[in-house]
Design a protein around this ligand. Structure first.
Ligand SMILES: [Zn+2]
Length: 319
């Protein structure tokens, strides 16, 4: 006698509705069905208790996700309208949550189906579930609309979620970033006068303050310049200088197309930071023409309409 420990409701099918054993068969797959109705697992099982009903299934999952078992797995349930399929399959009926249409099932039902498929696959050595091979559905074996469009559309999700239970991917070991000791609030200067992307910078101050760090990218703020962001730099390119730690800089406001911004540093010809470099601008007011991927196409006001260049977020601030 074997069935899933996830099945908590026992409604044994009438012996007139299944075959003992698996004559010339053996479990190689799972077949998914729908009940074509909104039923509890218990109610579905009661249908197979009617003598001479001529049908049954191993399991049924009700509207609330409860799992019932009706025929033990070592026996052949009559579910797939196909003898050769029946002798090889563990079959699961699923309650719908609507009558007709795409015959949707509730999330509770589907979540239980995921767990039940994983458990059946594991205990019967089915390996990874592959849609259309060892994870099958009724209409593969008979002219029927069972299990409905909704469950048919969810077979890939069913396989991947069940496989994720049996074959969890180990969490990747995070690569530790070598610490430069640079932290937010530090007073720093640059070893090389280039920004995070290697674009040349003009030195306007003897030191800057780190206002933000993301990985190896530090945003530097210029003291005494109304808190203006000077550039983003690689933390490896920073060296600490002595002095008190100022209050953290305020978060920059969102910049939109049409805004006037103050541009600092050299821009580039392309939105991804590549292409020809522009001249280095210092506190140059420009108009934002377009925004892409955290880069800003800006137009110098004394030109007409054209894009003067692209600057990254660290190089522009609202005027
Ligand atoms: Zn069916």
């Amino acid at each position: 006698m074997s069935h899933s420990p996830l099945a908590t409701i026992s409604v044994p099918a009438n012996p007139s509705n299944f075959t003992y054993g698996r004559p010339n068969g053996g479990i190689t797959k799972i077949t998914v069905h729908h009940m074509a109705g909104v039923l509890s697992a218990e109610r579905c099982g009661q249908i197979f208790q009617v003598e001479g009903r001529g049908g049954s299934s191993h399991y049924g999952i009700g509207l609330n996700g409860e799992i019932g078992y009706y025929v033990e797995e070592e026996n052949t349930a009559w579910t797939d309208s196909n003898w050769d399929s029946n002798i090889h399959s563990v079959t699961i009926e699923n309650s719908n949550c609507e009558n007709g249409g795409d015959w949707a099932v509730s999330d509770a039902t589907f979540n239980s189906l995921v767990k039940l498929c994983a458990d059946i696959a594991k205990r019967n050595g089915l390996g990874k579930l592959v849609v259309g091979q060892n994870l099958t559905w009724h209409s593969m074996y008979a002219a029927t609309s069972c299990p409905g469009n909704y469950l048919r559309s969810k077979m890939d999700e069913l396989a991947s979620r069940a496989n994720a239970i049996n074959y969890p991917t180990p969490a990747p070991t995070p690569t530790p970033t070598p610490s430069t000791g640079i932290k937010v609030g530090d007073k720093v200067t640059l070893k090389n006068w280039v920004d995070y992307y290697g674009t040349p910078l003009m030195q306007t101050r003897d030191f800057y303050y780190v206002s933000e760090i993301n990985g190896d990218r530090a945003v530097l703020r210029a003291d005494g310049m109304d808190g203006v962001v000077y550039c983003a730099a690689n933390t490896n390119n920073l060296v600490k200088v002595g002095g008190a730690t100022p209050a953290p800089a305020p978060k920059p406001a969102t910049i939109n197309v049409g805004d006037t911004v103050i541009v600092n540093g050299a821009g580039t010809a392309a939105s991804d930071g590549t292409g020809a470099k522009t001249a280095v601008y210092t506190n140059q007011p420009m108009k934002v023409i377009s925004i892409y991927n955290n880069h800003y196409a800006c137009n110098q006001y004394n030109q007409d309409g054209g894009v003067t260049g692209w600057w990254d977020a660290s190089q522009v601030r609202l005027a």
